[in-house]
Design a protein around this ligand. Sequence first.
Ligand SMILES: *[C@@H]1O[C@H](CO)[C@@H](O)[C@H](O)[C@H]1NC(C)=O
Ligand SMILES: *[C@@H]1O[C@H](CO)[C@@H](O)[C@H](O)[C@H]1NC(C)=O
Ligand SMILES: *[C@@H]1O[C@H](CO)[C@@H](O)[C@H](O)[C@H]1NC(C)=O
Ligand SMILES: *[C@@H]1O[C@H](CO)[C@@H](O)[C@H](O)[C@H]1NC(C)=O
Ligand SMILES: *[C@@H]1O[C@H](CO)[C@@H](O)[C@H](O)[C@H]1NC(C)=O
Ligand SMILES: *[C@@H]1O[C@H](CO)[C@@H](O)[C@H](O)[C@H]1NC(C)=O
Ligand SMILES: *[C@@H]1O[C@H](CO)[C@@H](O)[C@H](O)[C@H]1NC(C)=O
Ligand SMILES: *[C@@H]1O[C@H](CO)[C@@H](O)[C@H](O)[C@H]1NC(C)=O
Ligand SMILES: *[C@@H]1O[C@H](CO)[C@@H](O)[C@H](O)[C@H]1NC(C)=O
Ligand SMILES: *[C@@H]1O[C@H](CO)[C@@H](O)[C@H](O)[C@H]1NC(C)=O
Ligand SMILES: *[C@@H]1O[C@H](CO)[C@@H](O)[C@H](O)[C@H]1NC(C)=O
Length: 479
Amino acid sequence: MSSFSFILLLLWLHVLMPFNVANSDEMTNMEDGELLGLFEVMGSLLDDDSTWAQMHPQPCTNTPWPGIQCELMAQEDGDNGQQDYNPTIFHVTKIHVGSDILTPPCKSNATLSSNGLMKLTYLKTLSIFDCFTTTPYSLSSSLFENKSFSSLEHLSLVSNPSLHGDIPSSLGYVKSLRVLSLSQNKLSGEIPQGICGLVNLQQLDLSYNHLTGSIPQEIGNLKSLTILDLSYNKLEGQLPASFGQLQSLQKVDLGSNDLIGRVPQELGNLSRLVLLDLSHNFLSGPLPESLSGLKQLEYLVIQENPIKTGLPMFIGSLGRLKVLSFSKCGLMGPILISLSNLKNLTTLSLDNNSLNGTVPSSIVSLPNLEQLNLSQNQLSGDLLVSQEFIRRIGMRLDIRGNNGLCIKNITSVEAKNPFCVSSRSRTSGNNNSWGEEEHQDECAKVNSTLHQSNWSSRNHYGYGIGFKQMLVFLGFLLF
Ligand SMILES: *[C@@H]1O[C@H](CO)[C@@H](O)[C@H](O)[C@H]1NC(C)=O
Ligand SMILES: *[C@@H]1O[C@H](CO)[C@@H](O)[C@H](O)[C@H]1NC(C)=O
Ligand SMILES: *[C@@H]1O[C@H](CO)[C@@H](O)[C@H](O)[C@H]1NC(C)=O
Ligand SMILES: *[C@@H]1O[C@H](CO)[C@@H](O)[C@H](O)[C@H]1NC(C)=O
Ligand SMILES: *[C@@H]1O[C@H](CO)[C@@H](O)[C@H](O)[C@H]1NC(C)=O
Ligand SMILES: *[C@@H]1O[C@H](CO)[C@@H](O)[C@H](O)[C@H]1NC(C)=O
Ligand SMILES: *[C@@H]1O[C@H](CO)[C@@H](O)[C@H](O)[C@H]1NC(C)=O
Ligand SMILES: *[C@@H]1O[C@H](CO)[C@@H](O)[C@H](O)[C@H]1NC(C)=O
Ligand SMILES: *[C@@H]1O[C@H](CO)[C@@H](O)[C@H](O)[C@H]1NC(C)=O
Ligand SMILES: *[C@@H]1O[C@H](CO)[C@@H](O)[C@H](O)[C@H]1NC(C)=O
Ligand SMILES: *[C@@H]1O[C@H](CO)[C@@H](O)[C@H](O)[C@H]1NC(C)=O
């Protein structure tokens, strides 16, 4: 066998069994400096720091550890430049440390070793999960200076309750970054300008921290961004118009901040956007008609903002919408009949607004609707719903707290909703429509007492019906 095909075989084995390739020491060396760097990094994070190196003297080959990944790479030309001498070498490309890898656990005073990390020049992924939990730890600016992390593409420091302090602006030096997730820590201060220079960044997740200040205008430089999640912080100020430049965006979650002002019309440029969550802010209306340009939008979550207008006309043109939530937005006026264009809609939440008038019958015949909350409005009339609809939607129908809005075809399942009391049977009977011209006096609000019940509990978006919720719901039906 020629040495070339032997290398191919080795590479192939490496793909199958990344950790168990090695029998030939010559082929599986690591550089000493890199190995020492790895020992330093692991020693500064893990309990039993001295024993980790002893237990895993060859972490890429004979003594692997589940959180380490290595790749076999062609060695850079050495001094003696001989082609057939030691042509490949292992480099550490991924470190994942966290509570999901049980032994050894992170030590209480875990830190990131700058010195060690500087020697891991082939590292592509660094992921620290649920590790900084006791002794307060903050990211030093120098960690990302001096050309360390020259290959890093994925940095994930997630769910570390004692990770606090600022996000260092020097992160902007790590130009190779594609994914940056610093979610669920106690990071504070402003979003540093430096981050806005990471032109290769595809995913930025800073959610669930204590970040303040406004979203920098320069965020518009992140042209590769597909996912942006800044939710659950204390960000304030207006949404920068530069958002409109982020044409690759597919998911934007800015929910649960202190954002104010109007939604900029440039947002309508994001033609690939699938999810837009602006919930729980202080954004005011009207929403720009340009949002009709969001042709891919499936999730639009505006709930709990002081929008205080009518339902926007453009909504009916967003044909892909699955989830639409305008709960607690101060909406006024009628429920637009154009909502019935949204054939893919599964969740419609218009509760706790000031909507009035009758409910278009076409809404309750939307073929995929599984959750409809119209409670706490000033809607009226009686709602003739099909048995099929009732079976599909079950307890996720809520029309309580309106001006005489009631369900015509009552069944046991939706008994908490007010139902219409009428002895007169309709001649128009057995179809899915209901007479919008019917007299209201035919319809009485028998029990619209709003008692906070445990109806289908919603996830924090109130989106769709999760599998778990479906089980809870089925369980309810059975017992
Ligand atoms: C971390 O704590 C251990 C004891 O748990 C101690 O021996 C060590 O010196 C501490 N390291 C640092 C950097 O404080
Ligand atoms: C980075 O360089 C600065 C000055 O050049 C130095 O003070 C600092 O210690 C270096 N950081 C690391 C982690 O080596
Ligand atoms: C972005 O939207 C604004 C306002 O809607 C528009 O004037 C501009 O031409 C759009 N830019 C691009 C690149 O589509
Ligand atoms: C509705 O959903 C189906 C299945 O996901 C999809 O094929 C269809 O294109 C959607 N309709 C619209 C208008 O987007
Ligand atoms: C409706 O929203 C208001 C604030 O917007 C709140 O005070 C009230 O409790 C909400 N009602 C229900 C039933 O959630
Ligand atoms: C709805 O409320 C508006 C005022 O907010 C009023 O002008 C309009 O007549 C009402 N419509 C109905 C059908 O009650
Ligand atoms: C209303 O209920 C009656 C009696 O159960 C049924 O015959 C009728 O089909 C229902 N109407 C609709 C629209 O489902
Ligand atoms: C509908 O909305 C109201 C008010 O926002 C809320 O209290 C209720 O739990 C919701 N109902 C359902 C079935 O989700
Ligand atoms: C429902 O029945 C009424 C009266 O029979 C009829 O005028 C109406 O067109 C029907 N609607 C549908 C959607 O079939
Ligand atoms: C409405 O329902 C609630 C809860 O089931 C009950 O406590 C209350 O007495 C009912 N009110 C009327 C008028 O039936
Ligand atoms: C809601 O459910 C929880 C547990 O499922 C229960 O402890 C609580 O009493 C319920 N609350 C109401 C208002 O029914």
